[in-house]
Design a protein around this ligand. Sequence first.
Ligand code: ZN
Length: 243
Amino acid sequence: MRYAILSDIHANLAALEAVLDDLRERRIDELWCLGDIVGYGPYPNECTELLRSCKHSCVVGNHDWGSTGKISISEFNRDAADACQWTGSVLTAGNFDYLRALPEVVERDGFTMAHGSPRYPIWEYIMNSEEARENLPYFKTPFCLVGHTHIPLVFHQGKRRVPVFRHLDDGEEIALGEGRYIINPGSVGQPRDSDPRGSYAIYDAEEKRVTLYRIPYDIAETQQRMRDEGLPRFLIERLSQGI
Ligand code: ZN
């Protein structure tokens, strides 16, 4: 089986379409989504529907529940809260119900998926080796997938070795060996590692290999639609720089 791992689409349709285009030639059996389908971006319904049209498993992100009122957005910064409110006002009833019903954690084929972390699925950011290590007791599978930081990275805790925690570059392959891994595929729709291209990964279960891909997309198109919808200026500008 081959799985495409997508996270933090953030209602960026051009970015999602570019990733799905790239997947067409890559023989994918199922799509795994790590949450934040909506929030920030201008196409929440289109992105949710496109994801729902694919065979997929998905966990919830803080923006998915923030936009549907299932969690409070009082902890969100001003721009994120404004975008959540706008998103909630335009979601169709079907997409609203779909997002509200998403689970916090899913296990599939040796992986545990959670948006932020297995310990605190909605809110925690795994930003360093220490935070990754603290999360190891909170999942039973050998491997874990998270999103939320919008930065592609791998954490590996081998049996006797010093743990590894590092950024993943375009085209990089991780051969899954002994020990435990936490992998973040980066963000499809709002990358924050100074590379504005969309980010996603593929897991090949037979080869036990995860590969990271960066995909260019029409950033200007997404930005224009954000302007048309009156979304916050910083959210528009950051897409050009990938910050
Ligand atoms: Zn996000």
